[in-house]
Design a protein around this ligand. Structure first.
Ligand code: CS2
Length: 460
């Protein structure tokens, strides 16, 4: 079967990809971006008729994405898997693919390009290279970028690009972090401080916060075959997604931006309540199902949430522990939202692996779970279910030989010699890049954890 490309399009796209010029740089060209911002950006081009918002996508690590997309002229399809039949739609908004390790200068050139008005990012929690709420100046890659080599870290790329710009830029973090925009501004500011020079335009650079939501599991061979069947052409870069798609962006731009608000995105003055509801309800429950599900031998999130006990725990986590910590955003009913989250997780067509959601726990937990723990303890509560979720992560870390986590070595070293539940809990609570001193020193939290780790370790 022939391969998808501009000359081999199964259906004419709603916008002619050839007419699009690059106006956006996206750092982190993984599946999530292709199923989320790239789709909304294409819809915005359709709605507004503007052709200046093509995307230059930057793959931060391997050349795989380039090898998949380049022979297809940047085209790929989104295979939507909901309750009915799957559908595949070709997206043409990615107009250029760069591989940062191979061509770091080209990335900086694009960020510095005056035609580029917006940089978006999906580089995952660990891509920010932060420690204790700020830039990790001990990180060897950050140190190497600070010596002036062509930058390889995201913060280094942004700083180098910003230094060469004469007009301000808008930088939109789309990662699952608390106050992602202000946080990224802080990291870039600290990088400039370490360099000893901050460009004049930096003060006018905007870092709006944003909340993104769409479940995008890793693509499998079965997905590629399904897309080929639906499209009639081979697509090596297909991404899979649920039908649900949401993007809430702080309305704070340095200049022009795509008409995302005409394409389903919500621009608002305050993203924080949206972001908190999503991280604490959806992402925390996702992680709990991943750890408890994996410990029970379930391969996918859908299987885990269909287990009666885990289903009930997922509901309890949200209603008992999380909802009391939230201020609902205008127009969002938290009970309804929680029910939708569980329905979305139960989508059997998605096959989202518990192992995939379980990865990088040491950087995900602080963002999605530990704020809830701290708030509940401060309110004098004994947060049972969220503590079970943290305990499940601890047992998972202890029992998983090949942990996919940037702090794997540190976690395993901390656990060295720990076998009793109390020892395991103390060893991991002592990892100060994960737990803040108030949580480490809480006897209530420790006791809850020890109880849950004991019960989980005794499971048959
Ligand atoms: C998941 C998220 O992998 C994970 O940690 O919780 O990627 C989740 O699927 C998205 O945030 C949904 O918007």
């Amino acid at each position: 079967m022939s391969r998808l490309s501009l000359d081999n399009l199964p259906v004419a796209p709603s916008v002619d990809p050839r007419a699009l010029s690059v106006g956006i740089v996206h750092l982190g060209l993984g599946a999530f971006h292709r199923a989320h911002q790239a789709v909304i950006t294409e819809r915005a081009a359709v709605a507004s008729g503007e052709t200046r918002w093509g995307i230059a996508g930057v793959s931060q690590r391997s050349a795989n994405v380039r090898d998949q997309l380049a022979p297809q002229d940047g085209l790929y399809s989104v295979l939507e898997r909901g309750l009915g039949d799957p559908s595949a739609m070709v997206i043409g908004s990615i107009r250029e693919v760069l591989t940062a390790p191979e061509d770091p200068d080209a990335v900086v050139d694009r960020i510095a390009d005056p035609a580029v008005k917006v940089v978006t990012l999906t580089v995952t929690e660990k891509g920010y290279r932060a420690a204790n709420g700020g830039l990790d100046l001990d990180d060897p890659e950050i140190q190497a970028d600070l010596t002036g080599r062509p930058p390889r870290t995201v913060v280094g790329q942004l700083a180098a690009g910003l230094t060469r710009r004469t007009d301000p830029l808008t930088i939109v973090s789309c990662d699952n972090l608390v106050a992602n925009g202000p946080f990224l501004r802080k990291l870039v500011t600290e990088y400039f401080d370490a360099l000893g020079k901050t460009p004049d335009t930096f003060a006018a650079t905007k870092f709006p916060a944003s909340m993104v939501d769409r479940i995008v599991p890793a693509t499998t061979d079965a997905d590629r075959d399904e897309a080929a069947r639906l499209l009639g052409v081979r697509d090596e870069a297909v991404v899979v997604a649920e039908p649900f798609l949401q993007w809430v962006i702080e309305d704070d731009f340095a200049g022009d931006h795509p008409a995302w608000e005409q394409a389903g995105a919500v621009l608002t003055a305050d993203v924080a309540p949206w972001e908190q509801a999503k991280l604490r309800m959806l992402n925390a429950t996702h992680s709990m199902l991943a750890y408890l599900g994996a410990l029970k031998g379930y391969e996918t999130i859908a299987e885990a949430v269909r287990d009666d006990e885990l289903h009930h725990l997922a509901q309890r986590l949200m209603t008992e522990d999380v909802v009391p910590t939230l201020t609902p955003p205008d127009g969002l009913d938290l009970a309804e939202y929680g029910a939708t989250v569980i329905e979305r997780f139960a989508n059997p067509a998605l096959k989202h692996k518990t192992r995939q959601v379980a990865m990088d726990g040491s950087v995900k937990l602080p963002v999605r779970m530990l704020g809830t723990v701290a708030d509940r303890l401060a309110a004098g509560a004994e947060p049972q279910v969220i503590s079970l979720a943290v305990a499940a992560w601890m047992v998972y870390v202890q029992e998983t030989p090949d942990l996919d986590d940037p702090q794997e070595a540190k976690l395993k070293a901390a656990l060295d010699g720990a076998s009793e539940p109390g020892e395991v809990v103390d060893a991991l609570l002592g990892v100060d890049s994960v737990f803040t001193p108030d949580l480490r020193d809480s006897t209530v939290f420790r006791e809850l954890l020890v109880g849950h780790v004991t019960a989980l370790a005794a499971r048959s």
